[in-house]
Design a protein around this ligand. Structure first.
Ligand SMILES: [Fe+2]
Length: 311
């Protein structure tokens, strides 16, 4: 199976109005009202992110694109042959997603994975309220990052069944993050899960399948800087300060969305080309990406001057 890239994703939220303001004023996406919420545009596609009014804040679904009907049929057959329950979309769902055809499955963490072709290109141009221009095209929308329950099963599902290739890994304590690509974007998907079992059961503060963050890339560093300034001026809380990632070299900051999870907003990531050899990086960032609430380390007291030393 060869996926073209991340096509779209959808979220359920109580805070559709706050999302509109956040999407337009902070991120520079254009918003359109729908029957049950909002759709956001980032490029010539009719939509890229959907917000569905609900009594919760949670990830809804992610849409991975294939080139056409033959690839979709092959993907559905491969998944079914592997014992995965494959559901074909009805007409209502195809209208909702604005695609020609779609199947959906659940990944090992319960994340709803949709595979589609035939997204609609809008005839009206995308006009960003902030003048942002997003890097999409053959690299797809950006990336999504999840927490997972069973790291090994998730890795098998995405690499052996959905055809993702590994870009690299990062070990953080007992957790490992896997970064995966399906086009020149360094990673369209990443997930973090325990690879060393703790002695005690971990606190369930993050549910498997929960979205850690999504990423949008813009074509100009100043667009990132202007968005960062708007956050510092109070438009949205900064979750991680400006910094550069060690693996994809993205220069980005993280803001907290109205739903509570984070968005990475960045520029200047490297691209990858297969064959690619996956390595392990020591930490996620070369510099920056600090929690702004973290108190600065105390300045150590000046060393006592040795006896008899002159000032
Ligand atoms: Fe990211």
């Amino acid at each position: 199976m060869q996926l073209s890239g991340l096509g779209y994703f959808g979220l359920r939220t109580r805070r559709v109005d706050q999302w509109r303001t956040f999407a337009e004023n902070v991120l520079g996406l254009s918003a359109q009202t729908t029957e049950d919420g909002l759709r956001l545009r980032a490029d010539d596609r009719s939509w890229r992110i959907a917000l569905h009014e609900a009594d919760t804040e949670e990830f809804g679904y992610v849409g991975w694109e294939v080139p056409g009907p033959a690839e979709l049929a092959a993907a559905a057959a491969e998944l079914a042959a592997a014992g995965v329950e494959v559901t074909h979309a009805d007409d209502q769902l195809l209208r909702d997603r604005d695609v020609l055809d779609l199947v959906h499955v659940a990944d090992p963490n319960g994340v709803r994975v949709e595979i589609f072709y035939g997204a609609r290109t809008a005839v009206t141009p995308f006009v960003s309220p902030t003048g942002a221009s997003f890097v999409t095209g053959e690299q797809g929308l950006g990336h999504v990052v999840f927490s997972v329950d069973n790291y090994a099963a998730t890795l098998r599902f995405y690499t052996e069944l959905l055809g993702f290739r590994l870009s690299d890994f990062c070990d953080l304590g007992r957790k490992r993050i896997a970064f995966l690509h399906t086009n020149p974007r360094h990673h369209s998907l990443a997930f973090a899960g325990l690879v060393i079992e703790p002695e005690r059961k971990p606190r369930k503060d993050v549910e498997p399948g929960e979205l850690f963050h999504f990423m949008l890339e813009v074509d100009d560093l100043d667009t990132v800087g202007h968005a960062y300034d708007r956050c510092l001026d109070g438009a949205a809380p900064v979750a991680l300060t400006l910094g550069r990632h060690s693996n994809d070299k993205m220069l980005s900051f993280y803001a907290i969305t109205p739903s509570g999870f984070e968005i990475e907003y960045g520029h200047g990531a490297i691209t990858v080309a297969d064959p690619w050899t996956a390595t392990r990086v020591d930490g996620t960032s070369l510099w920056g990406h600090r929690r702004p609430s973290k108190p600065a380390p105390a300045v150590p007291p000046a060393a006592a001057a040795p006896e008899g030393a002159k000032a």
